[in-house]
Structures are given as C-alpha cells and as structure tokens.
Write a protein that binds this ligand. Structure first.
Ligand SMILES: [Zn+2]
Length: 199
C-alpha cells in the first residue's frame, strides 16, 4: 500500500513538472504563423484586462509583413513609419497591424503597446505625443516584466530615454504613480494631462 502511494505521488510529481514546462512559453521563437499570432495577441488583450486598461470592444488584428506595416504607418500620417514594428489605426476601420517574422516577446509587448493606444484613444483627450507614447511604453514595460524578461524590459526603457527624453520622464512618472496609487492613479494622470511638466 505504501509502495502504491509512493508510485502514485511520483506520477503526480512528474506530471506537474512536465505540465509546467510545456506551459512555459518560448519567447524567442519567431512568429510566422497566423494562429500563433492570434494566440499571442489574445494574451496581450488578457494582459490589458488584468491591468484594467482594456477597451470593451474587439479590435481586429491584421497580421502583415513588416514592410507593409511601415508603408501603412507612414501613409497614415500618424508616424514616420521608420521605427514602426506594429501600428494602431483608430478608424477607417479600427485595426491593429502586427508584424510577421519577429520574436514572440517583441510581438507580445508591441501588441500591448498598440492596445494601450486604443484604450487611450477612447479614454483620454487629445494629448501631447510624449504622454500618449509614454503610457504605451509603460504598459509595454509592465507586460515585459510580467513574463520575466528583465533584459528586454531594461532595453525598452533605454530606447525610450534615447528616442524621447520627455516620453521617458512620463514612463518614470507613471512607475511612481503606479507604486503609490496603483492603476487608478496612472489612469487619472493620463486622463487629465495634456503635456508632461516637471514638478
Ligand atoms: Zn506608440
């Protein structure tokens, strides 16, 4: 009887190890497959829900070659398109363009970034680019930290500080607000702020 119990618990133990390994996502894989892209996009939607930064509608994801996305982005006039990986189009119809052939972690954090723009467009007044981008960057950073990729999280901050120092200040400010007052403090700030000011 004792022996049976031992075998039984060993089976459970091994099963737990195997299932925890298989549940582990390989964040370095390249996303080329539409089903994989959809699953990752859905995971990004779930993250925005967790953070209470989701919109109450489904936003269609268009999975395209990066070159096409750059063209859509630059022809929209919203951005130069050069450094674009993904792109949120608020109307005509509302869409999120997501790239083929990038690592899963980049795809996932970019999806969170663009979904945050969608939240922003329906919850905040028109505002300075630094505040709008700062919020999306901060969410991108939070999503990256939540899957335990510290190296990329640091890179997100580094790139932000180089590209737009004001945007980087917004990101830092949001971190402080989140630490002190949680997501509601972050939301309150971005809903009420047109332009970042040092205080
Ligand atoms: Zn953006």
């Amino acid at each position: 009887m004792k022996h049976l119990f031992f075998v039984f618990s060993m089976i459970i133990f091994v099963f737990c190890i195997v299932s925890s390994v298989s549940a582990e996502e390989n964040w370095n894989r390249i996303v080329n497959d539409e089903a994989d892209a959809k699953a990752l996009y859905q995971k990004a939607v779930e993250f925005t829900k967790q953070m209470k930064m989701n919109v109450d509608r489904d936003i269609y994801m268009r999975f395209e070659e990066l070159e096409h996305i750059k063209i859509h982005a630059s022809s929209s006039g919203w951005t130069s398109g050069e450094n674009v990986l993904a792109f949120y189009r608020p109307y005509g119809p509302e869409l999120i363009f997501m790239p083929k052939g990038v690592p899963a972690i980049d795809f996932y954090t970019a999806a969170v970034h663009e979904l945050t723009h969608a939240w922003n467009s329906s919850n905040c007044p028109p505002q300075d680019r630094s505040v709008n981008e700062g919020l999306s960057k901060w969410m991108e950073f939070m999503a990256c930290m939540s899957v335990g990729d510290r190296a990329k999280s640091a890179r997100i901050l580094g790139e932000s500080s180089v590209r737009d120092p004001i945007e980087y200040k917004v990101v830092q400010h949001l971190m402080k607000l989140y630490k002190e007052g949680g997501i509601e403090a972050v939301k309150k700030y971005v809903k009420e702020t047109y332009k970042y000011e040092d205080k």
